[in-house]
Design a protein around this ligand. Sequence first.
Ligand SMILES: C[S@@+](CC[C@H](N)C(=O)[O-])C[C@H]1O[C@@H](n2cnc3c(N)ncnc32)[C@H](O)[C@@H]1O
Length: 241
Amino acid sequence: MLSPQASQIRRMFSSIAPRYDLLNHLLSLNVDRSWRRQAASLLADPLEDRRGLCLDLCCGTGDLLVEMARLGCARIVGSDFSHPMLTLGREKLAKRNLQRRVQLLEADALRLPFPADTFDGLAVAFGLRNLESWGDGLGEMWRVLKPEGRIVVLEFSRPTLPLFDRLFQFYFLWILPRIGKGISGHDTAYRYLRDSVQEFPDQARLCQLMKETGFAEVSFRNLSGGIAALHWGVKEGRPTE
Ligand SMILES: C[S@@+](CC[C@H](N)C(=O)[O-])C[C@H]1O[C@@H](n2cnc3c(N)ncnc32)[C@H](O)[C@@H]1O
């Protein structure tokens, strides 16, 4: 059962689904494609392993899944709780003949229907921020990863240069919500994006949160001057009894 807040987030993503890809590429001037490619490349080892199994959590319309599938031969699962997002993802995969290697599943990221120690690699792109509890979300990711399994988190972050940060804030506060509303017809979704990015932990705090969850070898790399960042880590420990 989803909480009222999660149900509202699901309704919001479902209503913007038809315009989601267009807006992503437009608002980021297409840079989001390169960010996802870099996220997938951090999972190259498990993706290149024929026996590997990888998860794209909060997969949306499947852009990251396509990048992951391009890189290797592992089996891949994409999960999301928005049916319209998954429907678009299914069409995208079919167009690229990837439907056999990539399975899509409708599921809440905080209650994944997988046993512990299932995946060799896990990526989440612009998904963690939307979960009701980032800590619980990371905990669930930790649970479903195998020991030695790798997590990759792609999220908006904080630009490192003060002047660039101010320009970016101006764009994010004033321009992005207006373009978002104009194209998606949705009043709140792109204001929500702005607010959720402001609340989300910066690079150092996210590293800390990942370490507190139990991930080891945690590190990050800024993308486009820190507009976004890639964080990664490894699940240490033994298989769950
Ligand atoms: C900003 S989109 C990112 C989609 C995709 N990963 C990408 O890179 O474009 C966030 C996605 O997370 C999904 N989502 C948010 N909260 C979720 C939850 N609790 N469980 C499953 N999916 C969730 C939404 O339905 C939406 O598709």
